[in-house]
Design a protein. Structure first.
Length: 129
């Protein structure tokens, strides 16, 4: 239910924010210039479905890594400053915490309908000769 059904019960909300040099929580650099970055989310009580970082062109950011992030002499602050100059944006897809009870009622209704259908099938199979 939480992975396949719940994300489609109510339309999720989206929040987009510009990322600056101090916005990044961390980053990983890989071979051939691949890089992924992460930024924290400040949505208390929200169920975060996705948290992605995009380039100004609208593509998911995966590199190339700035030179300050891959050089052996680069510092963390230099890498963060270089990332801040890329004009990256964070897009968060989430369900607000205020929808908790709505989800509970929808899921209870789904389970009751499924239980009734299963009970009806069992009753039909028991009465059938």
């Amino acid at each position: 239910m939480p992975l396949w059904i719940r994300p489609h019960l109510l339309p999720p909300r989206h929040a987009t924010a510009a990322l600056g040099a101090t916005s990044f929580d961390g980053w990983n650099t890989g071979s051939s210039g691949y890089m992924s970055v992460s930024a924290g989310v400040n949505l208390p009580g929200a169920w975060v479905i996705s948290n992605q970082v995009f380039t100004p062109a609208g593509q998911v950011f995966n590199g190339p890594a700035p030179a300050a992030c891959v050089s052996a002499t680069g510092t963390t602050s230099a890498c963060a400053a270089a990332l801040g100059k890329l004009d990256l944006r964070q897009q968060v897809t989430y369900q607000p915490g205020s929808r908790y009870w709505a989800f509970q009622w929808y899921e209870t209704g789904i389970y009751l309908v499924l239980a009734g259908a299963l009970g009806g099938c069992c009753a039909w199979l028991i009465r059938a000769p």
